[in-house]
Design a protein around this ligand. Structure first.
Ligand SMILES: Nc1nc2c(ncn2[C@@H]2O[C@H](COP(=O)(O)OP(=O)(O)OP(=O)(O)O)[C@@H](O)[C@H]2O)c(=O)[nH]1
Ligand SMILES: [Mg+2]
Length: 318
């Protein structure tokens, strides 16, 4: 039949409809075989589609123009960063961080104890932070949990005036209790106040069942002082023998305030006098954060009893 009224006539420039693809017995899509260099044979052979594997080409953007090929009147323009996706070997920083199983994903204040009151009964592994007033204990906790304002900090000594208990949960589900202790060595307190706080801190360090690690912070510029050495000795000797042993971790703080070589020799001296490893730390730059957190996790989660209360646990001294 030819020339029905209104019927479109074939136009030589209109693309012909391609043959409909069909599928192989496994359900994969088929398309006509591609012949390179040779003319296609009459009647196409149907083959499965190969996976798309194109070689990735990077465009070189920093090629220097050849001498004489630039118009000298043209002002040099700022070089723009190369467009396009980043190479697969450098995933975006945020993505890497989001997948870190050790990252703290939840942190909150739980309770406080002042002289005359006590903390709630212990329920999980605890890490306590001690040191002179203003050494940077509260700032270090904020840095560890990556929260700016979880713990109150201040430029003048004596900011933390009670034992503060915080709860932290890592992405992998590990839970910790972090204990911010009031600082010692602050001369402006009355003798009675110092005695009361001393008793409170001593009672905590001596008898807390779940205390797994005590981080002692020392200002890298001052080095270990008598108070710090006394505290180390106190924990080593006075810890109730029925309680679990406490791992003492020494941290040199504010290392951003002095040069690298000065901080290295200061921490080497501290390590020598205590026979312990000393971690360099800065809440300003974040130096030492990952190392300290990895160590504290290992100490608190390393043994099965670290996250549970022993069956023969006694009630807390108040
Ligand atoms: N440059 C520098 N400053 C720090 C660092 N850590 C803390 N600070 C500052 O030192 C001051 C005291 O910090 P805090 O974290 O409140 O110290 P603290 O030991 O909790 O003090 P108390 O609660 O009074 O015992 C604040 O002004 C902080 O900003 C650090 O690593 N580098
Ligand atoms: Mg504080």
């Amino acid at each position: 039949m030819r020339g029905l009224p209104g019927a479109r006539r074939h136009h030589p420039f209109r693309a012909r409809r391609r043959p409909q693809p069909s599928r192989d017995p496994a359900g994969r899509q088929l398309r006509p075989a591609v012949h390179l260099g040779r003319p296609a044979r009459h009647g196409h052979l149907l083959v499965p589609l190969p996976p798309l594997a194109l070689p990735v080409r990077r465009v070189q953007t920093d090629v220097q123009p050849r001498i004489g090929s630039v118009n000298e009147k043209t002002k040099p323009t700022k070089k723009k960063p190369a467009a396009g996706p980043k190479p697969a070997s450098a995933p975006p920083e945020g993505k890497k961080k989001a997948l870190d199983p050790k990252q703290i994903v939840h942190a909150q204040f739980l309770a406080a104890a002042a002289p005359g009151s006590s903390l709630p009964a212990p329920t999980m592994a605890e890490i306590a932070f001690a040191g002179r007033s203003n050494v940077g204990k509260s700032s270090l906790i904020n840095t560890l949990v990556e929260r700016k304002g979880l713990v109150r900090t201040g430029a003048t000594p004596g900011v933390t005036r009670q034992i503060n208990l915080f709860e932290a949960r890592a992405r992998d589900g590990a839970m910790f209790h972090l204990i911010d202790l009031p600082g010692y060595g602050y001369a402006k307190r009355s003798k009675a106040e110092r005695t009361a706080w001393g008793d409170l801190i001593e009672g905590y360090l001596k008898g807390r069942i779940t205390l797994a690690a005590l981080v002692i912070l020392v200002d890298v510029r001052r080095g270990l002082e008598e108070d710090d050495l006394e505290l180390i000795q106190f924990v080593e000797e006075a810890r109730d023998v029925q309680r679990r042993p406490v791992e003492i971790v020494i941290v040199a703080t504010k290392v951003d305030k002095i040069g690298r070589s000065a901080s290295r020799s200061a921490t080497a001296a501290m390590a020598k006098s205590t026979g312990r490893k000393v971690i360099n730390f800065s809440s300003v730059t974040g130096e030492g954060r990952a190392e300290l957190w990895a160590l504290l996790r290992k100490v608190t989660l390393g043994t099965p009893e670290a996250t549970s209360i022993p069956k023969n646990a006694e009630p807390e001294p108040s």
